[in-house]
Ligand binder design. Structure first.
Ligand SMILES: [Zn+2]
Length: 314
């Protein structure tokens, strides 16, 4: 399978009949338990940068001051951030990517597990609490907005091979291999059955589409911010900002972002972040794994060339 970066989408669909009860069981991932454990950097605050982490030219100078930059977005339940680290122009750009991911990729998971977002209204309730489900009523299919508590929801994520630069390949927008990983979570079978009975529906179907490029930009953003928070501003020559800001003229998503094709076993932690140093190379790579506790894929974002090794005395 080849995964295309621009316009690339992953789709998954689940359907079942209310009469064939075993179908639903076979689709449920009963082994998936979302235990929302805290990550040790959950509320960590890093330095006061007073500059934009996405660039140092005048485009990123902001006379009105800089916004705090969250490392793992707040819509994923984390609060760790770098103080005063994004100009408002970049903030607008990255918030568009985050909005898509918050709603379209992780919206159902967030609703089921009550992960709240940044907005005031979201403190009281999750912003998206009902989702589309196709029902067959009297032989005809129609789409209904269904409350999360009755909705068999999906999470669909890609996995990739290593970033091209780690394999000495040329810059490239597409991965030469990839996998689709899908989780179903949501209500007990009894609740879905009750809803179908109330609606007098004979079949249900849910589907999920994940656009790859915004997701890859999110991974790149998390990796870049994490590397600056832990290694320090100026400790590496950054490579990811054009990709994060969607400015790459020559798309290089597969060159800088990839991971392991096989998802590692579920971890005890909710989210995992790390810094990888590549042997015999000055590349600095961020390890990003969101919802590691359900066995999601691990991603590598090549944040840049490590400048610290050059400063090391002989
Ligand atoms: Zn900026």
């Amino acid at each position: 399978m080849s995964l295309c970066c621009f316009g690339g989408v992953l789709s998954a669909r689940r359907r079942a009949s209310s009469r064939r009860r075993s179908t639903f069981l076979s689709l449920s991932c009963s082994s998936v338990v979302l235990d929302m454990q805290t990550f040790e950097m959950r509320n960590a605050k890093f330095g006061l940068l007073n500059r934009c982490i996405y660039g140092d030219d005048e485009d990123h100078f902001d006379p009105n001051g800089y916004g705090d930059e969250h490392i793992i977005p707040i819509f994923l339940g984390q609060k760790g951030y770098i103080k005063n680290a994004s100009c408002h122009k970049c903030e607008r750009e990255t918030s568009g990517v985050e909005s898509y991911c918050a709603k379209e990729i992780f919206g159902e998971l967030r609703a089921h597990h009550k992960i709240k977002g940044r907005k005031r209204s979201a403190r009281k309730r999750c912003p998206h609490t009902s989702f589309p489900m196709k029902l067959t009523l009297c032989g005809k299919q129609s789409v209904h907005k269904v409350e999360a508590k009755y909705h068999p929801s999906l999470l669909v994520l890609p996995s990739f091979p290593w970033p091209g630069i780690m394999l000495n390949k040329e810059p490239n927008a597409t991965w030469n291999d990839g996998r689709i990983h899908c989780w179903q979570f949501g209500p007990a079978r009894r609740l879905v059955g009750e809803y179908l009975a109330e609606m007098q529906a004979s079949e249900w179907e849910v589907s999920k589409t994940t656009k790859i490029f915004p997701f890859v930009r999110l991974i790149a953003k998390i990796g870049h911010a994490f590397a600056i928070a832990t290694c320090g501003y100026g400790s590496f020559q950054p490579m990811l900002p054009p990709l994060i800001l969607g400015k790459s003229d020559a798309p290089n998503a597969a060159y800088l972002v990839g991971g392991e094709l096989e998802a590692p076993p579920p971890s005890e932690r909710e989210h995992e972040l790390g810094i990888i140093k590549v042997d015999n190379s000055d590349l600095l790579v961020a390890y990003v794994r969101l919802f590691a506790n359900i066995g999601t894929p691990a991603y590598y974002a090549v944040v840049g060339r490590d400048l610290r090794s050059q400063r090391r005395p002989e």
